[in-house]
Design a protein around this ligand. Structure first.
Ligand code: SAM
Length: 247
């Protein structure tokens, strides 16, 4: 998978791509990341990338020429990136979008700074994506968040793909509780079901736990979820157990 990032802070992106699972994927070439310094596409001696806003008002806006020139340069090289402008005005990023973007051959992220990019740049943008309803001072952190999440869906990035599809949000539910050794710590015991080695019972306990914590922590997700037959069965058992606990 090829990912290009057009930014005014290339070192910030490069640093963020060095670590952990993502860092390994980049180092091994599973993900090929091209960090493009927008300033390399300026033509004046001050390498100017921003200017005053027509009509007045606070702040500066990113000039269109460097962004168009870097885009044209990629197109001239035969590349056809799916262009994403990271922006607080875009559709809100979530697991399904990450999964969908991981299927594209090539992505180009445009990182805004200041008050954002000149509106005419939107002509080269295929998708506008926000990481949430708040504003960061630039798109570098939002873009790193998106690249990390997208790359998890790319074959070979996470060693065991099961852990990706069992993560929170993939199936519209939150992940189940997890424990590690010791089996008892400060008087807190790991639930017996996880210790007995019966995988059918463990899977059922995990599914019930997933359903319960989604209902409690994220009722919005729970109310939108379309339950499978297996999930409905687990839900019925869970309700019965909770009812017996109350009795
Ligand atoms: N004036 C812009 C607005 O209100 O829509 C915000 C500009 S913000 C200070 C600078 C840049 O950070 C934006 O152009 C965008 O690229 C990036 N950014 C800020 N918040 C973001 C978010 N929630 N998701 C993705 N990118 C964001």
């Amino acid at each position: 998978m090829k990912i290009s990032v057009a930014t005014l802070l290339p070192d910030l992106i490069k640093e963020g791509l060095k670590w952990g699972i993502l860092g390994r994927a980049v180092e091994n070439g599973v993900i090929d990341v091209d960090v493009i310094n927008i300033r390399d596409y300026t033509t004046d001696r001050h390498r100017t990338t921003d200017d005053y806003i027509y009509g007045g008002g606070a702040g500066m806006v990113m000039k269109p020429e460097p962004l168009y020139d870097l885009y044209d340069d990629l197109i001239c090289k035969g590349r056809k990136p799916y262009v994403i402008y990271a922006s607080p005005q875009g559709r809100v990023f979530h697991s399904e979008i990450a999964h969908e973007l991981a299927k594209k051959d090539e992505l180009l992220f445009i990182c805004g700074r200041y008050e954002g990019i000149d509106e005419r740049c939107m002509k080269i943008v295929d998708d506008e994506i926000s990481i949430g309803d708040y504003v960061t001072s630039g798109a570098e952190f939002p873009v790193l968040v998106m690249i990390d999440s997208i790359s998890r869906f790319y074959p070979g990035v996470v060693g065991n793909y099961d852990s990706v599809i069992n993560d929170s949000h993939y199936q519209g539910l939150l992940d189940h509780e997890n424990y590690t050794r010791p089996s008892e710590y400060r008087g807190m015991k790991v639930p017996e079901v996880y210790l007995n080695g019966n995988h059918k019972l463990i899977d059922e306990a995990r599914l019930k736990n997933s359903l319960l914590r989604t209902a409690v922590k994220r009722p919005d997700l729970f109310s939108q979820k379309e339950f499978s037959v297996e999930e409905k069965r687990a839900l019925a058992k869970l309700i019965l157990e909770l009812y017996q606990d109350v009795e």
